[in-house]
Design a protein around this ligand. Structure first.
Ligand code: ZN
Length: 146
């Protein structure tokens, strides 16, 4: 069972697409994520201390695939961590995406970021963060090319 950390700021609608949201009770929607991903997101949100948009379809916005990607989703890579409920694309209010990446990387030893394994390099307008298990010899926070 997924446990939301105390003070977790995001609603389930911000983490999944509308079709998945309507297809099952909220309690089961949370189970689409890994505990590490939820803990990681909470830590990153707390560390940045700024509002974060993931999905905003529920308020008329354009994003619905920035969190969990269901089997019916055709965007992104087939093996994407998003499909495992293990990744988020963050739009951080007031902080440009490259700066978000640098802030997180430069503070990788902060306990709030302990679950953050990888950040995608080169994105503009959002920051991909995930909890993928690193291969032997790799170290966190790993900056990876898509
Ligand atoms: Zn992503």
């Amino acid at each position: 069972m997924i446990i939301r950390p105390e003070g977790f700021k995001l609603s389930i609608r911000e983490l999944i697409d509308p079709h998945t949201f309507k297809s099952r009770p909220e309690a089961l929607c949370w189970e689409l994520f890994t505990q590490d991903a939820i803990d990681m997101l909470h830590g990153v949100r707390t560390f940045l201390a700024a509002p974060i948009v993931i999905n905003d379809w529920h308020s008329g916005g354009q994003y619905e695939w920035s969190g969990y990607r269901s089997p019916g989703c055709t965007i992104g890579a087939p093996g994407s961590e998003h499909r495992k409920g293990n990744a988020f694309d963050l739009k951080v209010k007031g902080i440009e995406s490259n700066h978000v990446k640098d802030m997180l990387k430069q503070n990788e030893d902060d306990p709030l970021l302990a679950k953050l394994m990888r950040i995608e390099d080169g994105t503009v307008g959002w920051t991909h963060v995930d909890c993928k298990t690193l291969a032997p010899g790799q170290s966190r926070i790993r900056i990876f090319k898509p």
